[in-house]
Design a protein around this ligand. Sequence first.
Ligand SMILES: [Fe+2]
Ligand SMILES: [Fe+2]
Length: 228
Amino acid sequence: MKPNAHDELINGSLLHQSVTERLDTAEANPVALDNELLELIFDLYDDDRDFPYQKIRKFSIGEILTYLQATHRYYLTKKLPEIEQSLLHIFSRYGKTHELLAELCFFFNDYKNDLIEHVKMEEREFFPYIKRLVKAVQGDMPKEEIAELLATASIAQFTDHHDSIEDELKEVSIIIKRYSEYETTPLPYRVFLNQVELFELELRKHAIIEDHVLVPMAEELEKKLRGQ
Ligand SMILES: [Fe+2]
Ligand SMILES: [Fe+2]
């Protein structure tokens, strides 16, 4: 087994587990996803190099949005609170003796707010715009309303501002790693670091689906409507 194969295996199965978990988060109303789509998402989580995105694009935008929204809910109600809990746990144990923790807490708090903002913008503006494009293409919208819709927003506008929120999270690992050069890292830090790195990977996959699946599909609709 390669040195990292074990980690990859663990991270891989943890990521699969997290994909399934997010669909069950809304306990009263679990999200049902097409099995084939779920398999493709697992494949993408395993390896996104040369991924055949067109295989996912054949599903409806509605399904893709359902998955992405379940993911947003999972981040805000489960992942972020979990990571924050770990950080508080470390802070209560090492806060007095480890100066790094204050920096880390400040940084994480800022990061959390940025991520919440990012998700809220998508839920309030980006996704509703796409849903209206779908409605327009289906013929459920008067011509004047379509013209207004296309005049007030565009996919390009959103993609210009779709920042890679996962890159910022890298800073957390950098802070911890920088610190580890001087002292041995206490175990809870390492657990926290692992959690953060896994989440970073998770966000990266999420952004890939938004950028390489959702955006091209929505652009296709826009093109159709503008050509009418
Ligand atoms: Fe998102
Ligand atoms: Fe995003």
